[in-house]
Design a protein around this ligand. Structure first.
Ligand code: AHM
Ligand code: MG
Length: 366
């Protein structure tokens, strides 16, 4: 059987398997490997990331009892990451857990983290694999100290052929090149949501057994929605098309959209995206005057791309407002982008406001 990553669908259940038999992540991945949908190394990679997420889940779950809340560094000298943001103790710990877990499997060529300045080649003491792993070890970490859901986001790329010592430049591949992506949300339950390029699937951690169990195969996002997610406090800093788009959402039944919209904003991307994958909606972190110089607030390679692949694989859409997210050619590892993702028709509506505004501006200049 070919191990190319182009094959589809899980293997049929063997004769005698009881209906609705629980499927662990291990079994799901083994079946995908047998069907030729993933290589043994990619299976191992996802298993290793999932195991690291279980360890992070335990640390997050201990809260104040684990002595892991609060800022990293010393009082008056907070630790600052490459993003210019103060690191939490759990940011640093989660990063270390992921680094350690992935150091010795022989499945990776290099890894890159939102918390590290540059990518890191993996030691070849255990053999070197063909994959590149990127992660945001603990997204939404400003929420940790107030006991709101946070999560780990990850993305997997192939290492270009003939590259023996991968550097940052080898990670600069568009999101469409991802071979797998996922997130783990540390909320009331710990869930892993995963795509290996054939649908988006949700697993829930059975804490007694210690295994992720498949709880939703093939998540589907409703095409339409009446719910949007955005940090409204930035409204006055947005570009004109975003002002117009959200203005029409807020106008409800009396406006051009002809329906009332609800709003939710957790300020943890993993939690907001998980809600949208589950019941629909649109998530946006648009360009605003505060983040314009950086290109946006959210990171293309650690946040936008993996979430966009998961969303597209569930039937949704993802855009910068002006371009399909997965087609953006990264220029540097920590690049930021504006983000619109979720229910297909609503993302298309938001994109249309940008297209019309850009066209009007071009015409007024002509
Ligand atoms: P982080 O990676 O430093 O945690 O930042 C990303 C988070 C996202 O989880 C969330 O959507 C966004 O930042 C919230 O931003 P804001 O606080 O501006 O609403
Ligand atoms: Mg983040």
């Amino acid at each position: 059987m070919s191990l190319s990553e182009s094959a589809a669908a899980p293997a049929p259940e063997p004769p005698g398997t009881p209906a609705q038999a629980p499927v662990s992540l291990t079994r799901f991945l083994l079946e995908a490997q047998r069907a030729g949908a993933i290589t043994p190394d990619l299976r191992l990679l996802v298993e290793v990331v999932a195991r690291a997420c279980k360890t992070i889940s335990i640390a997050v779950g201990k809260g104040a009892l684990g002595g892991v809340l609060g800022d990293a560094g010393s009082p008056g000298a907070a630790s600052i990451n490459i993003q210019g943001e103060a690191q939490k103790k759990l940011d640093v710990l989660s990063n270390e857990i992921l680094l350690e877990a992935n150091a010795w499997g022989g499945h990776l060529a290099a890894l890159a983290s939102e918390e590290m300045d540059h990518s890191q080649p993996v030691s070849d003491a255990y053999g070197r694999g063909n994959y590149l792993l990127l992660f945001d070890p603990l997204d939404g970490s400003s929420n940790i100290d107030v006991n709101i859901s946070v999560g780990t986001i990850f993305s997997v790329l192939r290492c270009p052929k003939d590259v023996t010592t991968p550097g940052d430049e080898h990670f600069l591949q568009p999101g469409s090149a991802q071979v797998a992506a996922g997130y783990c949300t540390y909320g009331p339950s710990t869930m892993l949501v995963l795509t290996i390029g054939h649908g988006t699937h949700a697993f829930t951690l059975d804490r007694e057994v210690g295994s992720f169990m498949l709880t939703t195969r093939d998540m589907r996002i409703p095409e339409q929605t009446r719910e949007f997610a955005v940090n409204m406090s930035n409204q006055r800093f947005w570009e004109a098309p975003m002002q117009a788009y959200v203005g029409d959402l807020l106008a409800g039944t009396e406006g051009p959209r002809g329906k009332d919209f609800n709003m939710r904003w957790v300020a943890s991307m993993v939690a907001d995206v998980h809600r949208i994958l589950t019941r629909g909606g649109i998530f946006s972190y648009p360009l605003d005057r505060k983040c314009a110089a950086q290109g946006g607030k959210l990171r293309l390679m650690y946040e936008a791309n993996p979430m966009s692949l998961l969303i597209e694989q569930a039937g949704g859409a993802a855009s910068t407002g002006r371009q399909r997210m997965l087609e953006v050619q990264p220029e540097h590892l920590h690049q930021r982008v504006p983000v619109f993702l979720g229910s297909r028709q609503e993302v298309e509506a938001a994109v249309e406001y940008h297209r019309r505004a850009d066209q009007d501006e071009a015409e007024s200049r002509a």
